[in-house]
Design a protein around this ligand. Structure first.
Ligand SMILES: *[C@@H]1O[C@H](CO)[C@@H](O)[C@H](O)[C@H]1NC(C)=O
Ligand SMILES: *[C@@H]1O[C@H](CO)[C@@H](O)[C@H](O)[C@H]1NC(C)=O
Ligand SMILES: *[C@@H]1O[C@H](CO)[C@@H](O)[C@H](O)[C@H]1NC(C)=O
Ligand SMILES: *[C@@H]1O[C@H](CO)[C@@H](O)[C@H](O)[C@H]1NC(C)=O
Ligand SMILES: *[C@@H]1O[C@H](CO)[C@@H](O)[C@H](O)[C@H]1NC(C)=O
Ligand SMILES: *[C@@H]1O[C@H](CO)[C@@H](O)[C@H](O)[C@H]1NC(C)=O
Ligand SMILES: *[C@@H]1O[C@H](CO)[C@@H](O)[C@H](O)[C@H]1NC(C)=O
Ligand SMILES: CC(=O)N[C@H]1CO[C@H](CO)[C@@H](O)[C@@H]1O
Length: 588
């Protein structure tokens, strides 16, 4: 292992220690309603439950926090799809001071269907009341809340996000639904990702100009004596003679650069691409008022701590159910995840249980190293997209190394744009990673001839039962107009349809977006989870029904470690198990 890698590992370890420590502190402090705890025994987690689709009724009740639960408001759980098209927040919300912003500190939450004891597979209904910095009730919706349930102590952890998204009731109240999936003391955590005023600012900012980020193109004459940099983007002001039109012939994906001023340089001398986030910052400053900037506050958790007791035994479905076991409902064996049965738009969220991710609609198998190697042996894997899918590619390089070697084709690709290939001659494994083409939002130069659109790359794959194409793209599109991402997704889906027509046995797997850190105001503005969730919505809407899908969004939302654009912990390992289950879906 290189010194850099060792150093990185140590950093990751320290960050993990810090975040795990924080969680123990924040998660298991004093609680509002701790019922006596009944030890659940005999957990044999071979099975997962079936997703519930029935609508939920409200119990009318008023709790100690003063949150009033609505009666009969809303219907069943809302999936990512329907939630994402809700109209809130109201446009041009008028507010005066920071005290008008929704405050995590003063917002309340309470359980609406309060019971002494819950049983496995019961639904927990949470009501969130948004309040501002002076404890006043918010009168309008649009806040972006996320919520999860979890159990964590020194020997055990489990966690799950809401079933669907937190539902905006439009009047400053929000509803979150959870299916209880494991017995024990279950805690609730609600996070204010953005106050509605920030969502409004982010949305206006996104729509203010179609090309808000700054990209640069480098032109170099054939003999290397002339060089010039110009600006590039999906649209540029100016007329064709002043522009180089690099719109992709095959996909129609727009891309333009200003023509170099030097008469010695032609459009065809375009050699390198990079983004210039510093310049983007300066040019964008004018689009966002200092008033708007006040909204870009960090994600923060509501202080209210809720804990419920859940009874039941997670049983192996093959065991006989005893009469006293009514608490355990519908524990069934799910079919193994195959191409098509793991589509993301489910009403019940998956969950982590002892670090293993369970999908609610199908069974994911575990692949120890030998099984992993057997599974990918003889296969050709194409990882296409952004760094969140490169994470999986790199996971295999480490896990299957040193037999699986990176092969150098030409100069070392800059900062992992690819194409990066890896080959294992003994086990006959071939893998490659390639970035998704423009926009590429990194500040280092990348070689233009190495940058291929995913649709074109997919069109170049012959395909057979040994070919696997894994695609994920979203994070470099959050600061672009939505039409641009929709168009990109459609060109990819069309290429995937052509591939599956010429080779029905080729496996194509999509991975969705994931939550990320919001460390800086820039990240909140350009790469916010609210924007990423819009990308997720488009992905789920555009991918064909019968494609395999890996639900990174629910996985990262459920995780008990800090949000990260490259999720830590067991995220990637469990993605790998999903991919390998699609590839080699037989019990091990
Ligand atoms: C669950 O049932 C299956 C099939 O009968 C059996 O192979 C497995 O060992 C059982 N698992 C546990 C933990 O009891
Ligand atoms: C904003 O706060 C000010 C001062 O506290 C208050 O007068 C005003 O009504 C608030 N506006 C809204 C929309 O809540
Ligand atoms: C941790 O939680 C699990 C599940 O709720 C429980 O079985 C176990 O006894 C707990 N351990 C400790 C040390 O509290
Ligand atoms: C750029 O080229 C594409 C096709 O290559 C064409 O459809 C489009 O109209 C051109 N745009 C401009 C502004 O010249
Ligand atoms: C963007 O601008 C802010 C201040 O407006 C500054 O703090 C930040 O460092 C800038 N970021 C970049 C990448 O230049
Ligand atoms: C189990 O459920 C059945 C039918 O729902 C009910 O008749 C029976 O009383 C329940 N048994 C226990 C022990 O709760
Ligand atoms: C390697 O795997 C490919 C399928 O991906 C197969 O066509 C080829 O024959 C295999 N080569 C060897 C040496 O087994
Ligand atoms: C299903 C499965 O194998 N999940 C894996 C998730 O990641 C953890 C490691 O953190 C593994 O232990 C699990 O096996």
């Amino acid at each position: 292992m290189s010194p850099q890698k060792t150093f990185l590992l140590i950093i990751v370890f320290i960050v993990c220690l810090i975040t795990c420590g924080l969680w123990l502190d924040c998660g298991l402090g004093s609680c509002n309603s701790v019922h006596s705890f009944i030890q659940a025994t005999g957990i044999a987690h071979n099975d997962v439950f079936r997703p519930r689709v029935k609508p939920v009724l409200y119990d009318p009740s008023v709790g100690d926090t003063g949150v009033v639960c609505p009666v009969g408001k809303g219907t069943g759980p809302v999936s990512h799809l329907t939630d994402a098209i809700q109209p809130s927040p109201p446009s041009n919300v008028r507010w005066a001071t920071v005290e008008n912003l929704t405050s995590a500190k003063y917002s309340d939450n309470k359980i609406c269907n309060a019971k002494k004891v819950y049983f496995l597979h019961d639904q927990l209904e949470l009501l969130i009341q948004a309040r501002d910095g002076r404890r006043r009730l918010k009168q309008y919706g649009g806040d972006y809340f996320r919520a999860k349930i979890f159990t964590k102590n020194s020997t055990f952890s489990a966690s799950s996000a809401t079933d669907g998204e937190v539902i905006d009731l439009g009047d400053g109240t929000y509803r979150a639904l959870f299916t209880l999936k494991w017995p024990g003391k279950v805690n609730v955590k609600v996070t204010l990702v953005h106050p509605s005023e920030a969502v409004d600012a982010i949305r206006r900012f996104r729509d203010a100009a179609p090309a808000r980020f700054v990209y640069r193109g480098k032109f170099v004459s054939a003999d290397g004596t002339h060089k010039e940099e110009t600006f590039c983007n999906i649209v540029l002001s100016g007329n064709p003679p002043d522009l180089c039109n690099f719109t992709d012939k095959a996909t129609g994906s727009p891309w333009f650069c200003y023509k170099p001023k030097s008469p010695k340089l032609k459009c065809s001398d375009w050699r390198e691409h990079r983004c210039d986030s510093g310049a983007a910052n300066r040019s964008d400053a004018s689009l966002l008022s200092s008033h708007d900037k006040l909204t870009l506050i960090p994600k923060s958790d509501l202080p209210t701590r809720i804990q419920v007791e859940v009874r039941g035994t997670i049983r192996n479905s093959s065991e006989q159910k005893s009469a006293s076991d009514n608490a355990t409902t519908e524990v069934i064996n799910l079919p193994i995840c195959t191409n098509g049965c793991n589509i993301g738009n489910l009403l019940t969220s998956g969950y982590y249980f002892r670090d293993i991710w369970y999908n609610p609609s199908c069974r994911i198998l575990n692949f120890p190293l030998d099984e992993m190697r057997n599974c990918v042996s003889g296969k050709k894997l194409y990882f296409l997209g952004d760094s969140t899918i490169r994470q999986l590619f790199e996971f295999y390089l480490v896990r299957l190394g040193p037999g699986l070697k990176k092969t150098q084709s030409g100069p070392e690709p800059r900062w992992h744009v690819g194409p990066t290939r890896a080959l294992d001659q003994v086990f006959n494994i071939s893998m490659m990673f390639r970035f998704h083409a423009y926009p590429i939002g990194r500040n280092s130069w990348a070689t233009v001839k190495d940058i291929h659109y995913i649709a074109n790359e997919v069109d170049s794959i012959v395909g057979d039962e040994n070919s696997v194409v894994v695609i994920s793209l979203w994070s470099h599109f959050t600061h672009e107009p939505e039409w641009f991402f929709v168009q990109r997704m459609r060109t990819i889906m069309a290429a995937v349809a052509r591939l599956r027509e010429r080779s029905p046995s080729t496996l194509v797997v999509f991975k969705g977006a994931n939550t990320r850190e919001h460390n800086t105001a820039n990240q909140r503005l350009y790469n916010s989870d609210w924007l990423a969730r819009r990308m997720e919505y488009i992905i789920r809407r555009e991918i064909a029904e019968n494609l395999a899908f890996m639900d990174s969004w629910s996985m990262s939302s459920a995780q008990l470690i800090a949000d990260n654009v490259h999720p830590g912990g067991s995220h990637v390992k469990n993605l790998s198990n999903q991919l390998l289950t699609f590839m080699c879906g037989r019990p091990t």
